[in-house]
Structures are given as structure tokens and as C-alpha cells.
Design a protein around this ligand. Structure first.
Ligand SMILES: [Zn+2]
Length: 373
């Protein structure tokens, strides 16, 4: 059966201080012993303690671009500590990893069996423990997204897609983003912008998601500079968190080549390239490539951002990258041309390529990588 045209969604608690609903939420889901899934950086900043749920098991072996190894290790901790639910606090990596830990609690391994490209979507059922997601970045939208991206032991980054993976409840508390460093604020914020732009340009019919994408894009574009340069401003952080959430609410339309190009690079071993930063670099190039296939859409985006014409949009985003300290080229990320070998083939197979507004050849895809290099 096809996915529904429009699907909304999960409970979202959104306000400064919203974190204090967590104990009641756990009670509502009858979770007595949750596993907290997070990263070591947040543990050292005391975020697990701030949850206000006493002493509970914590799994914090999460890295940027989470791996199959982390999922399996997290599952072992969940079982050893006899947990009955999951609380993911962190960026998209922690939330994606928690989605897959929860998946494997009642779905037999291996994890790859459920990957989208392996025909895994119908194998993912609702038989999973409750998951409450608490984002501490404003960007990924994973808290309301149906996807989890995991770097497999093979080295390939694979997508796990199902509405059943959407967390049962979401707590968006902008005060948790006040200490987010400049670089991560910029990178994750540009990820949110890429989500709004790509879903708006997706050819799928979903005017509700389009309206959300336009609103999210405008909020992020107006506030991202201030969020980067004056991170302690709660009002600006609140706007960015809403923009990121809206980006995530539009995922159901599907993304495009910005994400297709960035996913394989995110799987490069030993590089730990930041997803949002990669997207920011690719965005101007993909907009130039897609221009002829979505003229009306780009006209609307230009109007939303106060640009005179759609032709200016690539430069609008390139200039924004410069203003918030994002490098303009892949080579600035310590990548070599050799490491781009084989990326175009993987990008063409990526699930996000299905909803890009313009079809692409392997040659053109390779050119996009070269242009961005
Ligand atoms: Zn993204």
C-alpha cells in the first residue's frame, strides 16, 4: 500500500522549560526503567542529570553519523539493564540510534534486514518500546521524522524508513540549545534550511507540508545569523528550534539531491563529516542544477526570502554560508578528490534521489561533486 498523501503525526511539547513534562510522559507510557540514549559530550555537560528522572541506565556511545556497532551495543545495554522504554536526548545521531535500538528490541537482527534499500519498510512493525525524543540541536528534525540514517559495518550509510519509527512523543525545549557551539548551530541550522528547501521542491503533492516548509525556511533564514553569533538569545533559539521541527514535519514529501550527495560522504570512515555542513555546501550547487525543473517553486522560495529572482537563490545560500562561518568547498573539510571516488553511484541509489525534482545522470552527479569540491 502507498504511503498516505498527508500524515500528522506525534505529540509535541514545545516551549522553554518543556523538559519538565518528561516524568509524566514516562508514566503515561508505563515506562519505569528507560534507557537514556545520548552522546558523551552531553553526558559531560550534565544533560542526563537534567532529565529529572533520577538514576536510570545511560548509553552514551554515540558518535556523529551513528553506526551499526553503536545500535547493537545500545541494544545489549537495553537488555542487560532490563529497560522498558527509550529516551533519546541529543542531536539527530542520538535520536536515529535510539530509533534503531528500539526497532531491534522485538525485531530479529540483523539490522540491515530493515534497511529501505533492502526492502525493509514493510518489515518494520509497531512492536517497539516507547521512544521519547528530546532534541538538543535545532536542525535534524529527526524527532518527528520517519527516517534513521545508520553507517553500517560495511561502511555504507543506510536509511531505515517507516512511520513506525517516529518517536511516540517529542519534547522541544529551546533552553537545551542555548549552549550549542557556533559551528554546530550553523551546521544544524543549515540542515533545517536544506530540509525546508528540498521538501518544498519535491514533486510530491502535499500542500500542507509545503506551507510548513515555507514557514520553517523563513524562520530559519531570518534567525540563523543571530543564533550563531548570539547563541544565548532564547527567543532566537526558540525560532530556530521551531524551524527545525517544521523541517522535520515536511520529510513526508521526501528530500532531494542535497541529501543524496551528502549521505555517502557522511559514511566515510574516520572523517566524521557533519551532515548539515555538507548539506550547506551542496545546497547552492543543487539549486543551480534543479533550477529549470522547478521554476515556480523557486520563485516562491525567492519571494519568501526577499530575493529579487530565483536566479539569486544559489548565491543567497552561498553568502549565508559565509556569514555563519560554513566552508564553501568540500576541500575545506580536509577531503581529497580521491575520496569522492564511487560517491556518485551511491548518491544515485540514495532514497532521497527519488523525490528530487530533476532526474540526473551519473556524469551530472559526478560534476556536482566536482563543482562542490
Ligand atoms: Zn538533513
Amino acid at each position: 500500500m502507498n504511503a498516505p498523501t498527508i500524515a500528522y503525526l506525534t505529540d509535541i511539547y514545545f516551549e522553554p522549560g518543556a523538559l519538565n513534562v518528561l516524568p509524566d510522559l514516562l508514566h503515561r507510557f508505563s515506562v519505569k526503567r528507560p534507557l537514556v540514549v545520548t552522546d558523551k559530550g552531553l553526558t559531560s555537560l550534565g544533560f542526563s542529570a537534567r532529565l529529572g528522572i533520577g538514576s536510570v541506565p545511560v548509553f552514551d556511545e554515540i558518535e556523529t553519523n551513528p553506526t551499526e556497532t553503536s545500535v547493537v551495543a545500545g541494544l545489549a545495554t537495553y537488555r542487560e539493564d532490563i529497560c522498558d522504554g527509550l529516551v533519546a536526548i541529543g542531536g539527530g545521531s542520538s535520536i536515529d540510534c535510539a530509533k534503531c535500538i528500539g526497532l531491534l528490541v522485538h525485531h530479529p537482527e540483523p539490522l540491515a534486514h530493515y534497511a529501505f534499500l533492502n526492502g525493509g519498510l514493510p518489515r518494520i512493525t509497531a512492536n517497539k518500546p516507547p521512544l521519547i525524543a528530546i532534541p538538543t540541536t535545532a536542525g535534524t528534525g529527526s524527532e518527528v521524522g520517519r527516517a534513521a540514517l545508520i553507517t553500517m559495518n560495511s561502511g555504507r550509510k543506510m536509511a531505515f524508513l517507516s512511520p513506525k519509527l517516529i518517536p511516540n512523543s517529542v519534547i522541544c525545549d529551546p533552553t537545551l540549545t542555548l549552549e550549542l557551539p557556533k559551528g554546530l548551530t550553523a551546521g544544524t541550522g543549515m540542515d533545517a534550511i536544506a530540509h525546508c528547501v528540498e521538501t518544498f521542491c519535491s514533486p510530491k503533492f502535499n500542500p500542507v507540508a509545503d506551507a510548513i516548509a515555507l514557514d520553517g525556511l523563513h524562520r530559519a533564514y531570518v534567525n540563523i545569523r543571530e543564533a550563531v553569533h548570539n547563541g544565548s538569545h532564547l527567543g532566537v533559539r526558540t525560532e530556530m528550534m521551531m524551524a527545525a521541527l517544521e523541517g522535520g514535519l515536511t520529510f513526508q514529501k521526501g528530500l532531494g539531491f542535497v541529501h543524496s550527495l551528502s549521505h555517502p560522504l557522511g559514511g566515510l570512515k574516520g572523517k566524521r563529516l557533519h551532515h548539515g555542513t555538507l548539506n550547506a555546501i551542496f545546497l547552492p550547487h543543487v539549486l543551480r542544477f534543479n533550477m529549470e525543473a522547478c521554476l515556480d517553486r523557486l520563485d516562491k522560495l525567492a519571494r519568501a526570502l526577499g530575493a529579487a529572482t530565483r536566479m539569486q537563490l544559489p548565491d543567497v545560500f552561498a553568502n549565508l554560508n559565509t556569514e555563519i562561518g560554513i566552508p564553501s568547498r568540500l576541500r575545506d573539510l580536509n577531503l581529497s578528490m580521491d575520496e569522492l571516488e564511487g560517491m556518485a553511484e551511491l548518491a544515485l541509489q540514495d532514497h532521497c534521489s527519488l523525490t528530487n525534482p530533476r532526474k540526473i545522470t551519473l556524469d551530472a552527479c559526478q560534476r556536482l561533486y566536482q563543482d562542490a569540491f
